[in-house]
Design a protein around this ligand. Structure first.
Ligand code: NAD
Ligand code: LMR
Length: 340
């Protein structure tokens, strides 16, 4: 190889490619619930990441087939499958990022809180395994009700003495993805250029779109702003009703979770300036957990970028969200205190 090098510039390129560690470090990502409606397309998207070396797929059903299928794709991550609770510890062992979409989805007529009784225990059990086997991992929770499952995860990690609030996220990226899409449609904008923060929680009225902070700036008559905000708040239900009993958003959620994971992995790898909205431990309001834009870094949340300037209408949405958000957080914390 060296015989063909004719300039020092070429030599630099060869050395950089051979010895660069910035994008070549070992990164294990685990997906828990990997055979599900979100888990499968999310795993497919993650399989395309050059930043991942091992993609560990865990579920209580069907993982051998999903893993075998994905393992034939000619991309960098090596796929490994894990089936059933006996293999959970191995699945998460030394992972740097764990994504959790395990648990039941809504059917028409249900609220996200109606999933609590089934999903609280699932999340507590999976995070317990993370605390024991990858205590320094970033953990991103997709499982609903996110408003409660994130506090559950925090309390479980706290019990093990390994809670690092900068490494725990509730994934609310889908709310931002939807806002961007709906605003671009309403204004005839290039959707790839639209960025609208969504703060608060991830259920109905706890979802607070901040259209006034959208870039590019957009203006709406109040009636239209209200209509758009309410649509964003109910967008999950829109999908649940369209699927008519066959579950909730899976493909758009996989897209959103991959977007979040990609930015987090790049930030962990040293890329600066990665910002995502996420439901995290927060001092921004009286709610202990609250979604805001956060600056991501090597160790997770580098800086909470806060709520920013709001319209009175948006401030009133936060006020309206607070009772439900506080109750959801309390319910999650009490579940761990009583059951774990
Ligand atoms: P799904 O039923 O299609 O898949 C869930 C998967 O979890 C299944 O493969 C199931 O076998 C697995 N599972 C169940 N118990 C498990 C356990 N103990 N350990 C490991 N895996 C287990 O559901 P889905 O459509 O993929 O949705 C999953 C969750 O994501 C739901 O709670 C849903 O409400 C939530 N969700 C969240 C968002 C968000 O924005 N955060 C968006 C969409 C859906
Ligand atoms: C969503 O926003 O699509 C998810 O939280 C799933 C749901 O139940 O609506």
């Amino acid at each position: 190889m060296f015989s063909r090098i004719t300039s020092s510039k070429q030599l630099c390129v060869v050395f950089r490619n051979c010895f660069s560690t910035s994008s070549r470090s070992d990164v294990k990502v685990a997906v828990l619930g990997a055979a599900g409606g979100i888990g499968q397309p999310l795993s497919l998207l993650l399989k395309q990441s050059p930043l991942i070396t091992q993609l560990a797929l865990y579920d209580i059903a069907h993982t051998p087939g999903v893993a075998a299928d994905l393992s034939h794709i000619e991309t960098r991550p090596k796929v490994t499958g894990y089936l059933g609770s006996d293999q959970l510890a191995d699945a998460v062992k030394d992972a740097q990022l764990v994504l959790i979409p395990a648990g039941v989805p809504r059917k028409p007529g249900m609220t996200r809180d109606d999933l609590f009784n089934t999903n609280a225990g699932i999340v507590a059990n999976l995070v317990d395994a993370c605390a024991k086997n990858c205590p320094k991992s970033m953990i991103a929770i997709i499982t609903n009700p996110v408003n409660s499952t994130v506090p559950i995860a925090a309390e479980v990690l706290k019990k093990h003495g390994v809670l690092d609030e900068k490494r725990l996220f509730g994934v609310t990226t889908l709310d931002v993805v939807r806002s961007n899409t709906f605003i671009a449609e309403a204004k005839g904008l290039d959707v790839t250029k639209v960025k609208c923060p969504v703060i608060g929680g991830h259920s109905g009225i706890t979802i607070v779109p901040v259209i006034s902070q959208c870039t590019p700036a957009v203006s709406f008559p109040q009636e239209e702003r209200v209509k758009l905000s309410v649509r964003i708040q109910n967008a999950g239900t829109e999908v649940v009703e369209a699927k008519a009993g066959a579950g909730s958003a899976t493909l758009s959620m996989a897209y959103a979770a991959n977007l979040f994971a990609k930015d987090l992995l790049e930030a962990m790898n040293g890329t600066e300036g990665k910002v995502q909205c996420a439901y995290v431990r927060s001092d921004e309001t009286e709610a202990k957990y609250f979604a805001t834009p956060v600056l991501l870094g090597k160790n997770g949340i580098e800086k909470n970028l806060g709520i920013g300037k709001l319209l009175d209408y948006e401030r009133n949405l936060i006020t309206a969200a607070m009772p439900e958000l506080l109750a959801n957080i309390k319910k999650g914390e009490e579940f761990v205190a009583k059951n774990v």
